[in-house]
Design a protein around this ligand. Structure first.
Ligand code: ZN
Ligand code: FE
Length: 255
């Protein structure tokens, strides 16, 4: 039985995710921007939280951890590399480590760039990847600590997951990201179609997250830095992929 996923809007534009295993009753949350909405989502379903998984140390992803741990007794897991600046961890994780929810194992992927200790969680059987502020819907996180090359490698790692993987990322930034993507590939038919569905979803107040990896590969300019069309769009036809990625990230920072 696949894990059940619930997207929980928090703060103004953050998401937390509940991941529930029906057979064992185990429930994890990925990132805790604030405790209140997560507690409410748990109560609504009568689920008991057993684990808190953290993608990175930024306040808008961990601010509710202490209160949630206090209220539920859930164990906290996050990157070993960032243990010194994350809330106290019960489990310190590195590349290739496993986190288990019920009978399903998730794999830890190190995806530095936004921060140097950023990690993602991949649950292959259920087709879910929790990417925080690394790969985002139509975008990627700003490079606060890592280099463009580092982030490009992280994005390539994530884009190698099965194409039908649901990318559960940390923010509702999709519409602004889509406007930027259109400046680079105004004629990409998949992008044009996606912009329409994003607008419709937002108009109805629906989240655009999670998104399918295949859609990111077809429309997310940060995943497409290796494509000839993107290289041409930024006037870097002969440049290395990572350099094209750096230029796209620079343009987005100034967009
Ligand atoms: Zn962040
Ligand atoms: Fe964030």
């Amino acid at each position: 039985m696949p894990l059940e996923l619930v997207t929980v809007p928090c703060l103004s534009d953050n998401y937390a995710f509940l991941v529930h295993d029906g057979a064992s009753g185990e429930t994890a949350v990925v990132d805790v921007p604030e405790a209140g909405p997560v507690m409410a989502a748990l109560a609504e379903r009568n689920w008991h939280l057993t684990q808190i998984l953290l993608t990175h140390h930024h306040g808008d992803h961990v601010a509710g951890v202490a209160a949630l741990r206090e209220a539920t007794g859930a164990r906290v897991a996050g990157a070993a590399a960032d243990a010194y600046r994350l809330p106290p961890l019960d489990l310190a994780l590195a590349e290739g480590d496993r986190v288990r929810i019920g009978s399903e194992d998730g794999t830890v992927l190190e995806v530095p760039g936004h921060t140097v200790g950023h990690i993602a969680f991949h649950f292959a059987d259920s087709g879910l990847a929790f990417t925080g502020d690394s790969l985002m819907a139509m975008g990627c996180g700003r490079l606060f600590e890592g280099t463009p090359r580092m982030m490009w490698q992280s994005l390539r790692k994530l884009s190698a997951l099965p194409a039908d993987t649901l990318i559960c990322s940390g923010h509702e930034y999709t519409q602004a990201n889509a406007r930027f993507a259109c400046t680079l590939e105004p004629e990409n038919p998949v992008l044009i179609f996606r912009v329409g569905s994003i607008a419709a979803a937002r108009k109805e107040g629906r989240p655009t997250v999670p998104s399918q990896l295949s859609d990111e590969i077809a429309t997310n300019p940060f995943l497409r830095a290796g494509e000839a069309a993107l290289k041409a769009a930024v006037g870097m036809a002969d440049a290395e992929d990572a350099e094209v990625f750096a230029e796209i990230r620079r343009r987005k920072d100034n967009f």
